[in-house]
Design a protein around this ligand. Structure first.
Ligand code: G3P
Length: 220
């Protein structure tokens, strides 16, 4: 499973890339707004220059023509750009037009297998089920991801599944076990993925034992 960062924060993205594990980035208008007063296009282009893989950014229009026009412009910003199109009826049509022009689409705000199937059938490169938001309303977000992974594979639809709206490391673990192609994670969750108290205790114990050996050698 590939790891993408779900952020527009340049320092966090640089760190993720330095770690050698972050191969893509996803943003949305809420995420971008957290970066304060910025030039949207410049920020996205900067992210595209740092990240080796796909960088998703979202259209704001809701009608087909508007989404397609916006996406065509956004697609010119960088070679690794992916346009996020919402899982509405208009979004399906826009995805179909854009896929026909070889513009990569991340079919976003997916909450059901039906939505993902339509996005994938329309030619989306990625489909993004929002796990945390489903959990928030008492549904099982990961069950939806598992269904999407299973049936895109069964019907040989090439879209890759991005487990999105990830809230904690357990989500990453489950996404990996059920075969999601990608998990897009907030920076804090990326940091949590590596942490374990026994690792910290182990490192400390090894250091202390080594110091004992050094002290003994000094006495000899
Ligand atoms: O990738 C989708 C994500 O940004 C949504 O996350 O936490 O707002 O549900 P959240």
């Amino acid at each position: 499973m590939k790891i993408f960062l779900d952020t527009a924060n340049i320092e966090h993205i640089r760190h993720g890339v330095r770690l050698g594990v972050v191969t893509g980035v996803t943003t949305n208008p809420s995420i971008v707004s957290r970066e304060g007063k910025i030039d949207y296009q410049k920020l996205v282009q900067k992210i595209c220059s740092i990240v080796p893989g796909p960088v998703s950014t979202e259209v704001l229009s809701q009608d087909v023509q508007g989404m397609v026009a916006e996406a065509r412009e956004i697609a010119k910003w960088a070679q690794n750009i992916v346009v996020k199109i919402p899982a509405s009826l208009e979004g399906v049509e826009a995805t179909s037009v854009l896929a026909g022009e070889n513009i990569k689409v991340n079919f976003t705000l997916c909450f059901t297998l039906n939505q993902a199937l339509l996005g994938a059938a329309a030619g989306a490169t990625f489909v993004s089920p929002f796990v945390g938001r489903l959990d928030d309303i008492g549904e099982d977000g990961m069950e939806v991801v598992a269904d999407i992974v299973e049936y895109l594979d069964y019907y040989q639809l090439p879209a890759q599944v991005i487990a999105a709206s990830i809230r904690h490391p357990q989500h990453c673990l489950t996404a990996a076990k059920i075969g999601a192609h990608i998990a897009t994670v907030p920076y804090e969750v990326l940091l949590q993925m590596i942490r374990h108290p026994l690792t910290d205790i182990g490192i400390e114990r090894f250091r202390n034992d080594w110091k004992k050996i050094m002290a003994r050698e000094e006495l000899l």
